[in-house]
Write a new protein. Structure first.
Length: 629
């Protein structure tokens, strides 16, 4: 790495609002601020809504990360439940050849690994519940089996049951995704199973344990009097719940700092341990029936809880206002304006909206392939209160505006509708993505609004096409009778108000029946198309309104004409037809009879009368031709 270059670390994570990720992220952020380093998070909320199509769009954000331009990567791949997504990310990091740190993952020996002894801590907490509290029937709420940590904890649970002569009943094991709502689902499914209530629910993390505990209390069970509940992670919420949750304390904040330190040491050529082992320790407290070793500062808890509630209320109120404004937006500009007005609520230094160049027309995108176009557009950059304008940039650069110094924290959030990817937004130097419960709702709101605008765009295109079908003759590509009357009547009335000179030309194709009868209707259609193109080319100006009035009848309406324009138009059309006849070299000639009238439009005059007069003049010309023949 260049000596004066600010190191830039990429972080891959899923679920910024979960406490496990949150604690590691806070450790990373504290390090980069202190060590003149930049970090960019590529974060998805996959696995949250039980929708594979939605997850595909969320995980697309990982495709934005161009690892070739980063100096290192911290991979929280243990938070990504989709194994194929994890494999794609790790392959790309390996290809880039940059130092990478993973957590509790022995599957990638090329990467540096920070391991926390989860198994030993889980064994201790299960052993404690059995031996100290006499539990004999235990249920288990697990994380996903694709996750190595989840596998370790479940194996620890089974091994302790076996050493105590107890059976791990598969019917008493619920397989979740490490997400908050999994605890509630586990209790609901168990309640419906008809099995007797266990002595304890052992949970693979605190997020699931807390919602399981709440669900049990709603069903009338007391914790720990009727049933024990334990968690894993010893999060702030778990410590301050009532009852306080027996759990496992892990040095997550320190792990985040350590991961960054390892990467910088590698970049500086320092000797670095390839694998670092940290210890976790069980915390036995109220939810298993033990007395808490120490009670937290109640004043601090009240203050933090109130601040969280206040922040949540303010964010919800602001987001509701944004939702209403975005719902009213029917154009791109209205959407981007509403979003720009909301950005100060994020309390960020910079907000960047990046959309694929073809986002209006994005239909089918393969999540496993190339998700974003080579060219990205930038409809909105808000930088320290100032709107900056950038039209386009290459997607491989990720940023339309790069950080010029160190200590910057960027959060990349995906914008998509199901698997259809629109682009992403970047929130720079703000705690909103990791502190607000509304971050996911914020990105979903933007995505849904973009999809609404996209649909409106295509509806408008469809309406335009329908209007064309109503007013355009498909064979000639000129206006049909409906279209002509609609446009010419409006123009005629304006001319009548201003007493403008107008010209109406009625054109009848000679011998169309002869062509149809002798050479077929396809030839007749060909002749009509050639004549239509000649009429369109010979119109006097851009305001001329040309139409196919009937089968072989055409009209041209002109405004602001002069005497002699009728003869000029006639000569122009006949000369052009002579050229066409030589070029197409058919056994017939395309010829016309033209009747034109030039009058000053006045009140009381009607468009119909003018057309009728031009038709009569044309008929006289055609009758003269027959008399001559």
């Amino acid at each position: 790495m260049e000596k004066d270059r600010v190191p830039h670390i990429a972080v891959i994570a899923a679920g910024l609002d979960e406490e496990y990720q949150n604690n590691i992220i806070r450790g990373i952020n504290s390090f980069v601020k202190e060590n003149n380093t930049n970090v960019s998070y590529f974060s998805a909320f996959g696995g949250m809504l039980d929708s594979k199509r939605f997850d595909a769009g969320e995980y697309s954000i990982y495709n934005v990360a161009n690892f070739d331009v980063f100096d290192g990567a911290v991979l929280l791949t243990n938070t990504i439940n989709d194994q194929s997504v994890r494999e794609r990310v790790t392959k790309r990091v390996k290809r880039a050849g940059i130092p990478a740190v993973v957590f509790d993952c022995d599957d990638e020996p090329e990467f540096y690994n920070i391991r926390i002894n989860n198994r030993r801590a889980m064994e201790e907490i299960v052993r404690h519940v059995i031996q100290h509290h006499g539990a004999r029937v235990l249920n288990y709420i697990s994380g996903p089996m694709q996750n190595p940590e989840a596998r370790d904890r479940l194996e620890a649970f089974r091994s302790v049951l076996a050493e105590n002569g107890l059976e791990a009943d598969e019917e008493r094991i619920f397989y979740g995704e490490f997400r908050t709502h999994d605890g509630k689902r586990a209790i609901e499914e168990f309640s419906a199973s008809g099995l007797p209530m266990p002595d304890a629910f052992i949970c693979a993390n605190d997020a699931m344990a807390l919602t399981a505990l709440s669900a049990l209390e709603r069903l009338g069970y007391r914790v720990p009097e009727d049933v024990i509940v334990t968690g894993f992670d010893n999060t702030y919420n778990a410590q301050n719940y009532c009852p306080a949750l027996s759990s496992v304390a892990r040095p997550l904040f320190d792990s985040g700092r350590m991961a960054c330190r390892m990467i910088l040491d590698v970049l500086e050529g320092k000797e670095t341990e390839h694998c670092i082992d940290l210890e976790a320790s069980p915390v036995f407290t109220e939810s298993c029936g033990c007395s808490p070793e120490n009670s937290g500062d109640l004043r601090d808890y009240k203050k933090r809880t109130y601040k969280k509630l206040e922040s949540n209320y303010e964010n919800t109120h602001s987001l509701n206002i944004l939702t209403a404004k975005l719902a009213d937006a029917e154009t791109d500009d209205a959407l981007f304006s509403a979003l720009g007005d909301f950005v100060p609520e994020l309390q960020c230094e910079r907000f960047t909206l990046c959309l694929s160049e073809n986002w209006h027309d994005t239909y089918n995108i393969k999540p496993s392939g190339k998700t974003y176009e080579d060219i990205m557009t930038v409809p909105l950059i808000w930088d320290k209160g100032i709107r900056i304008f950038r039209k386009r940039f290459m997607s491989v650069n990720m940023f339309p505006v790069e950080d010029e110094d160190g200590g910057n924290i960027n959060y990349f959030l995906p914008l998509h509708f199901r698997e259809r990817c629109f682009g992403y937004c970047i929130i720079t130097n703000s705690d909103f993505p990791i502190e607000s419960l509304q971050c996911h709702s914020f990105s979903m709101n933007i995505s849904n609004s973009i999809e609404n605008i996209r649909k409106i765009h295509h509806i408008n295109l469809a309406v335009d096409e329908l209007n064309k079908l109503y007013v355009i003759d498909p064979l000639s590509a000129l206006y049909n009778r409906n279209g002509f009357i609609k446009l010419a009547d409006e123009a005629f009335n304006k001319c009548a108000e201003n007493k403008t000179r107008i010209m109406m030309s009625f054109i009848d194709m000679d011998g169309l029946k002869f062509i149809n009868d002798n050479y077929g209707h396809d030839e007749g259609d060909f002749a009509i198309q050639r004549l239509s193109s000649v009429i369109n080319e010979c119109k006097l100006n851009e305001n001329s309104i040309c139409a196919r009035f009937g089968g072989d009848e055409f009209v041209i309406f002109d405004m602001g004409v002069e005497e002699g324009d009728d003869e000029a138009l006639k000569s122009l059309i006949e000369a052009k037809l002579d050229q066409i006849n030589v070029i197409i070299s058919k056994p017939y000639d395309i010829a016309v009879s033209i009747g034109s009238i030039i009058v000053r439009a006045e009140e009381g005059m009607t468009l119909y009368k003018v057309i009728k007069k031009a038709d009569e003049l044309m008929y006289e010309v055609k009758k003269g031709k027959k008399h001559t023949r």
